[in-house]
Design a binder for this molecule. Structure first.
Ligand code: FES
Length: 74
């Protein structure tokens, strides 16, 4: 059978939001941030969680999903 960890990494996380887009990225402008841009992971696969490290690309390719980070920008 298929290993549980294999199933867990092949799950589509986004069933319905903006599925016509290859990657859903939302940007929020926030004043008082230390850095000009910070990307927060929404795929739960990042090696630097809660920050995005680009692993969503691999997840999207493996599952057909289209998740991307939440970007905070000042
Ligand atoms: Fe998870 Fe980028 S690594 S959204």
């Amino acid at each position: 059978g298929v290993a549980r960890s294999e199933i867990e990494t092949q799950v589509v996380l986004n069933p319905s939001i903006a599925k016509d887009s290859p990657k859903v990225v939302d940007t929020v402008e926030v004043s008082g941030l230390e850095k000009p841009v910070t990307a927060y992971c929404r795929c739960w696969r990042s090696g630097t969680f809660p920050l995005c490290d680009g692993t969503h690309v691999k997840h999207n390719k493996a599952t057909g999903d289209n998740v991307g980070p939440l970007v905070l920008k000042k």
